[in-house]
Ligand binder design. Sequence first.
Ligand SMILES: Nc1ncnc2c1ncn2[C@@H]1O[C@H](COP(=O)(O)OP(=O)(O)OP(=O)(O)O)[C@@H](O)[C@H]1O
Ligand SMILES: [Mg+2]
Length: 215
Amino acid sequence: MISILVVNAKGGCGKTTIATNLATAFANAGLRTALADCDRQRSCLGWLKRRPKDMPEIVALDWHKAQGKVPDGIERLVMDTGAGLRSSRVQEALKPADMIVIPVLPSVFDERATRTFLKKVDTLKPVRKGKKPVGIVGNRLRSRTRAEAELDEFLAKLGHEVAARLRDRAIYQDVARRGLGIFDLSPGRRAGAVEEWLPLIRLIESQDGSVGREI
Ligand SMILES: Nc1ncnc2c1ncn2[C@@H]1O[C@H](COP(=O)(O)OP(=O)(O)OP(=O)(O)O)[C@@H](O)[C@H]1O
Ligand SMILES: [Mg+2]
């Protein structure tokens, strides 16, 4: 199993959007997938309730109070966390994860809030030693803006770089409303959007050496 924690103390940066869409990527690739909701708002659980029954199954785990057991046979576990995670709780939150995905919006407010969080993550031993890779996702990027370059500069100063760049697309809100992710859509409808996820998915899949899997 590969477990992925989607986390950032900053609210509204796209944690739930990334967690739900990643889960649809794995489920559509035929992997037994669970989505654990560690957020009091329980957005992922609501999304799973809206998910049509004929879509590839994603197992719901309600972990908003405490982390529970992962059912047998799960191959990919995606964990969504809430905003406002305190520095003192970062280490504990990271424990069940093989890797960490941190979404960041290209805005000065988000960068500043993320800086403290990222510095804390970087102090943790498994991260320092490269045992738990960190994938930073630049989210809601718009073409032809300086904001994207500024996000790169901000991350470079912290010794990081963007692992994947997701554009600002109305499709994410459309699919979320219907309990879907973009990987559930037909190739024609998801054109363009899916390619942006591939660097992140490759990074995740490199964790168990199953290179070449069709996602
Ligand atoms: N790439 C994107 N393009 C367009 N809209 C997006 C994108 N990513 C996220 N959004 C929208 O931004 C809003 C916030 O996203 P989301 O709920 O995923 O953030 P969050 O980090 O989970 O928030 P919270 O901290 O409240 O849990 C939502 O309305 C979502 O649909
Ligand atoms: Mg959320």
